[in-house]
Design a protein around this ligand. Sequence first.
Ligand SMILES: Cc1ncc(COP(=O)(O)O)c(C=O)c1O
Length: 409
Amino acid sequence: MTTLAQIEAMDAADALAGFRAHFHLPAGLVYLDGNSLGPLPIRAQARIAQVTAREWGDGLINSWETAGWIDAPARIGDKIARLIGAGKGEVLVADSTSINLFKCLAAALAMQPGRTVMLSESGNFPTDLYMMQGLAGLTGARCEVVQPDRLLASLDASVAVLTLTHVNYRSAAIHDLAAITRAAHDAGALVAWDLSHSVGAVPVDLESAGVDFAVGCGYKFLNGGPGAPAFIYVARRHQAAAPSVLSGWLGHREPFAFDETYQPDPGIGRFRCGTPPILSLLALEEGVDLLLEADQAALRGKQSALSRLLIELIGSHCEGMGFTLASPHEDELRGGHVSIRHAHGFAIMQALKARGVIGDFRGPDILRFGIAPLYLRFGDIYEAVTRLVRVMREEAWRRPEFNRRASVT
Ligand SMILES: Cc1ncc(COP(=O)(O)O)c(C=O)c1O
């Protein structure tokens, strides 16, 4: 069993330890929910103050040009591209993940005449399935949502596009992105990956896997802030042929010509729709920049070590308390969070939050602990498990106040 002395030694030897100082993390709190909402990068606070005072305050409308606001979606997209194995001009920051997925699926359907099925798996994040359903209602295309073990067998000549979330939001299980993309292509289908739980958390190489489309969140491991805009990736080889169904004015090849007929931008720019949220965009840029300063392989290594420690300590300190691991045991199959099942999971998480350990709960019985190596210490994991043991020993989760459901958890 790993001892506290060994855990302190791990923190002392951690080459990434310096990044923690770049985040605002309330004293005494153990924050294990960066897979849902990343904490505030201190530089983002300073950037927002500067942007509001100088660029918005003094520069006013001139700042679209003078402060580079107009280029921010593509500029930050190019930065995110470096985290997901994409090239310059293949990623754009815009809208929400849900909207971007809609754009990708609509483009894929249009590019595959004669194929009418959008395929996904049960257990995918609900918004992905909802966007498919909405698009099916508009286009007459069909949604097929199959059990995960039926996915590959369901790839037939009717499938226009397969859409999956790379890292499962409940279990953190990682799909084999390259192998599934290959299988979809062999069947003549396009693929659209949701990288919301992958970007900034696990290695992704879209180009070498030949991925067609991808989307992902800015507010999770990218630490872009609440409601940060999302990103969309469209492989360069598809850009000229992939129509943007949300043909807004900023996706026009010359938006400021105010032409009354839509003519798409020749590249990724066609997936812009309306005016980007500059304050949120520039806060996101700080989160992305910080992540890019870290060695990505070292980050993944530390994340695996932190996750292993959490699994080990829950296994040893909480033995016989009713917890079971809902995430894969193997590091290479597990993404950026660790999920644990317990019959009283909801109330346990509420009690844990009251003790200053923030994770989240996904029904019916999953406690999720986000493992963000940029700011977490091995000692935080130890502290979280120590407080969890206290909650369990005192049976704090039995208290009525921890059993009341809130609307956002
Ligand atoms: C896998 C996945 N996709 C999409 C979303 C939602 O994205 P958005 O709110 O940007 O539409 C989430 C949110 O948690 C998610 O986990």
